[in-house]
Design a protein around this ligand. Sequence first.
Ligand SMILES: Nc1ncnc2c1ncn2[C@@H]1O[C@H](COP(=O)(O)OP(=O)(O)OP(=O)(O)O)[C@@H](O)[C@H]1O
Ligand SMILES: [Mg+2]
Length: 259
Amino acid sequence: MAKSIDVSDLNIYYGDFLAVEGVNMTITARSVTALIGPSGCGKSTFLRTLNRMHEVIPGARVEGKVLVDGQSLYDSAVDPVEVRRMVGMVFQRPNPFPTMSIYENVLAGLRLNNKKLSKSDADAVVEKALRGANLWNEVKDRLTKPGMGLSGGQQQRLCIARAIAVEPQILLMDEPCSALDPISTSAIEDLIHELKEQYTIVIVTHNMQQAARVSEDTAFFNLAGAGKPGRLVEMNPTKKIFSVPDEEATEAYISGRFG
Ligand SMILES: Nc1ncnc2c1ncn2[C@@H]1O[C@H](COP(=O)(O)OP(=O)(O)OP(=O)(O)O)[C@@H](O)[C@H]1O
Ligand SMILES: [Mg+2]
């Protein structure tokens, strides 16, 4: 079931470079949290620390705490592979596995987890995930065709199907609509609305209207200058952020005066 996330005093490094400093944040279960802020402020970096994808980069490390339903993600007893199963991720660019069919792409995450599935169980998982990603009707007659043969928007929904097929409890989405047309964007936003019934969703977006449309809470990150670490400036209910934010910097960013 959906889980909450509590981040405290999180510092995120690439080698000696402190990329993000001092983040304290609580992310509510079964809701959508949007991360906004100018390029380079550390949104993607922060997002990757929520499923331990940050540490796969050589030299990359974190200080501080990330708790998921009270359990520390970075505890030495915790298996990062299990974390990534529980906390799914959709990347900015659709990245279906190029040699795999649509069908096998949906199952790829489960296969990585060494799940043995009967053919009928696999069929059921594929259909459920593709329906969940609002793609089933468009692909049900060509499941054995390559995933790369789909349009960009369809590939992005295929990657969402792959992420939800493993039934994660939290779904991280890094600018999932940045390469999509308005119709695909709208389909993905509808999907986010449906998914938040079951999942805790964290979405990075540069699109202010999108943040306003899809999220309950919004976190604004900023950085003081090149080479300086990104910081969480303000996190508040999205309605407040877009009407009466607490910080002047937030107001300036959302009204387009900088960033
Ligand atoms: N693999 C890496 N190695 C070293 N530094 C990195 C790496 N990835 C990101 N950085 C640095 O960390 C900082 C934050 O980058 P990040 O990609 O998290 O920003 P972002 O807010 O997602 O930006 P954008 O909106 O452009 O996607 C930047 O200074 C960036 O150059
Ligand atoms: Mg980014």
